[in-house]
Ligand binder design. Structure first.
Ligand SMILES: Nc1ncnc2c1ncn2[C@@H]1O[C@H](COP(=O)(O)OP(=O)(O)OP(=O)(O)O)[C@@H](O)[C@H]1O
Ligand SMILES: [Mg+2]
Length: 343
């Protein structure tokens, strides 16, 4: 654990209770209709992001992180996934009740998103300058020259090398890291209050990943944006998060300020994720992995969804799913929490 702990700097505590919520997700449920059947992939998720705060949403592949993010943007795949229950509030405005035109406007100006895959998110037939300027001009009443200036400024802030000379480049002429910087520029060009980043660095090598994350965090802090950062990488969480929500099989199972989560993980799933982190200071015969797999959303187990993989499972865990219980500044969904043992 030493690697992760050493990355949490002193004085980087979670924001105090005086912070204003900018994005509030309440009891969100998302269903998928596929091949004649319908099943829930997000099961009552509640999550709050405050201004000047980075909330990380972590969990294994398929647990519903992207679906949660896409629902905030009104971008769930049409005819496949839909919100069946819940509320999504942006500064008090219920996003789920907005018309698509209002949502489109809000999407660029107030809430923006960096997607999981920068390669397919940029249209190969447009130069990055034309895409950026188009975004600016469709939301701001500015001249072409002003739009160009804003576009270059955003690229400079995203630390794209030779930003002004890159306006005429096509996406295929840029490296993966550069493309992701263009995505960041697109996301921050209009000064949104909320930024959602879905695995923004997964496709990149580790050094570029660190630079991009550093850049994202710098932009977030200087603009005091609320940021929802989705990742499955706990090292990323340790280096940037203020608060962490751990998601498993469509549910939040634990939520806590980052230092508390790493110092005292309480849910057996969180403990498993931490144990599965490679620790370069310890030589081991093999890496730990949580036994078993995330259950299919079509065939969830009875009782607690983590029971089939849990080393502290009790008979009663098969009988009902525990509620997410809030205590002080953290939440936990578990019938039988046990102290974390480093092995
Ligand atoms: N277009 C789709 N059609 C059918 N099922 C889908 C579709 N997109 C996602 N799903 C299912 O919804 C569930 C949640 O998917 P989601 O993309 O939110 O996972 P995730 O946590 O973002 O995973 P990852 O870490 O791999 O990105 C998964 O079980 C997935 O198989
Ligand atoms: Mg995803």
């Amino acid at each position: 654990m030493s690697f992760v702990e050493s990355k949490i700097g002193p004085g980087e505590s979670a924001p105090g209770p005086e912070k204003t919520p900018v994005l509030e997700i309440e009891d969100l449920r998302i269903s998928i209709a596929s091949a004649g059947s319908s099943f829930e992939v997000v099961k009552g998720v509640s999550l709050t992001v405050c201004e000047n705060e980075i909330v990380c949403l972590v969990g294994e592949s398929g647990c519903g992180k992207s679906m949660t993010a896409l629902s905030v943007m009104g971008l769930l795949p049409r005819g496949v996934a839909r919100v069946t229950e819940g509320k999504i509030n942006y500064e008090g405005l219920d996003l789920l009740s907005l018309q698509s035109r209002e949502l489109r406007r809000l999407r660029a100006e107030s809430i923006s998103m960096i997607f999981q895959d920068p390669i397919t998110s940029l249209d190969p037939v447009f130069t990055i300058g034309s895409v950026l300027q188009e975004v600016v001009r469709s939301h701001r009443n500015v001249s072409r020259a002003e739009a160009k200036e804003i576009a270059v400024r955003a690229l400079v802030q995203a630390e794209l090398p030779d930003a002004a000379d890159r306006l005429d480049s096509y996406p295929h002429q840029l490296s993966g890291g550069m493309r992701q910087r263009v995505m960041i520029a697109l996301a921050i060009a209009l000064d949104p209050r909320v930024l959602i980043a879905d695995e923004p660095t997964t496709a990149l090598d580790v050094t570029v990943q660190a630079q991009i994350l550093e850049n994202l965090r710098a932009r977030q802090r200087e603009r005091e944006m609320g940021m929802l950062l989705i990742t499955h990488d706990l090292a990323v969480v340790a280096s940037v998060a203020d608060r962490v929500a751990v998601m498993y099989a469509g549910e939040i199972v634990e939520e806590a300020p980052v230092e508390e989560l790493f110092a005292d993980p309480q849910h057996p799933y969180t403990q498993g994720l931490l144990r599965a982190l490679p620790d370069i200071s310890v030589s081991r015969a093999g890496l730990y992995s949580i036994p078993g797999r995330v259950p299919s959303p079509q065939t969830p187990p009875p009782g607690c969804l983590f029971a089939p993989r849990c080393e502290h499972v009790l008979d009663s865990c098969w009988e009902g799913n525990p509620e997410l219980k809030r205590e002080a500044n953290r939440s936990l969904r578990c019938f039988n929490p046990q102290p974390f043992e480093v092995r």
